[in-house]
Ligand binder design. Structure first.
Ligand SMILES: Cc1cc2nc3c(=O)[nH]c(=O)nc-3n(C[C@H](O)[C@H](O)[C@H](O)COP(=O)(O)O)c2cc1C
Length: 351
């Protein structure tokens, strides 16, 4: 059997975007070699099948690294940054936070629990030492903000507004409102609205509100932040959880409780992303437990425009390269030219 070379050409500009060896009997299954060109070869074409528009942001791919799982981009040496749509930086607060007592991470079935406690050096350090190093990251950068009061959130947003390298600001609203008797910001609807509108006034950058996995009432929360002026939603944050050491008769985490992430939470997250997408018009970065390209497609079908990856990328730092490659393969298998066309295409069984 002789092998022939099959070229794939961009339908729009006629440039060659892929080539593979296949037998002359045309049987694709016995062909050797996948597309020789890596996914990034597609990104320069006029028709990049993975490009998505997240509000005013144009992302090369729908893949977004989740906050806290990619540091300030130090891990970018492990993967090809061109395969990322965006990288969300680790949380920044007004002052230095030391974080929680160890152990801060524990393994669980199909996931991990963490109680890092949003440890970071504070906004002044961030501006002075982190921001100057960010320009080496050739991708869209999203800052992630935490605080103890509405005023703190707004002040950080005002400071971040001066840095061109930051394309958008994500508000982590699953933090205790110190003034609100330790109620989380997301648990107090009026405070949540006030926070979003203050941050909108403080910065001209798109404001993304990161919602918790509220199993009841996610629609109301999503509608409220949209009404208050949020440009996008991101969901879900980790699921509150606890694990117990039976010999010590104590919780395994130093902080007693933590946030569950990884594949264990994916079905919860998918439902919530779908429900939120039915309730609002603003775009959604969906995620929680994404481990492969099929998971990315699931979140897009459920209504997400872009998809975040966290825990699984900590286990496998080059996962995002694999995701980009496999997404292109899935699109080809489904006969779809443009990943954005799959958004919200989920149809329900007639029960
Ligand atoms: C170790 C760790 C640190 C995290 N730190 C942050 C953070 O600083 N800010 C934030 O908004 N979310 C943080 N998260 C939540 C993730 O961004 C993500 O929303 C969550 O883990 C669910 O996605 P996953 O299952 O893909 O990890 C953290 C998660 C982990 C596992």
């Amino acid at each position: 059997m002789t092998m022939i070379r099959k070229y794939t050409v961009c339908r729009c500009c006629c440039q060659v975007i892929g080539v593979r060896n296949m037998p002359d009997d045309g049987n694709l299954l016995t062909g050797t070699g996948l597309f020789v060109f890596p996914p990034e070869a597609w990104y320069n074409q006029c028709m990049n099948p993975l490009e998505v528009k997240l509000g005013t942001l144009k992302l090369r791919t729908p893949i977004v690294l989740a906050s806290g799982t990619a540091g300030y981009g130090e891990i970018s040496t492990f993967f090809n940054i061109k395969n990322l749509g965006a990288l969300t930086l680790k949380a920044v607060s007004i002052r230095k936070r030391d974080g929680n007592l160890p152990p801060r991470i524990a393994e669980t079935p199909s996931g991990i629990m963490n109680a890092i406690g949003l440890a970071n050096e504070g906004i002044d350090y961030f501006e002075k030492h982190i921001v100057p190093k960010l320009s080496r990251l050739k991708t869209t950068l999203i800052a992630n903000v935490v605080g103890d009061s509405v005023e703190e959130y707004a002040l950080i947003c005002r400071k971040l507004n001066r840095h061109k390298i930051i394309s958008a600001i994500e508000l982590n609203v699953s933090c205790p409102n110190v003034k609100g008797k330790k109620k989380l910001f997301c648990e107090d609807p009026d405070v949540l609205s006030a926070m979003v509108s203050s941050c909108k006034k403080a910065s001209s950058k798109p404001i993304i509100v990161k919602l918790p996995p509220a199993v009841f009432g996610i629609e109301e929360m999503a509608e409220r932040v949209e009404k208050a002026g949020a440009d996008m939603l991101s969901l879900v944050n980790t699921v509150p959880a606890m694990e117990i050491d039976i010999m010590k008769e104590r919780p395994v985490l130093g902080n007693n409780v933590g946030g569950l992430s990884g594949p264990a939470i994916r079905p919860i997250a998918l439902r919530l992303v779908h429900r939120a997408s039915q309730a609002v018009k603003i775009p959604i970065i969906g995620g929680g437990g994404v481990a492969d390209a099929a998971d990315v497609i699931k979140f897009i079908l459920a209504g997400a425009t872009a998809v975040s990856v966290g825990t699984s990328s900590m286990i496998r730092p080059d996962l995002t390269d694999r995701l980009a490659e496999d997404l292109i393969a899935i699109l080809k298998r489904k006969g779809v030219d443009d990943i954005a066309a799959l958004r919200g295409r989920l149809s329900f069984n007639g029960v």
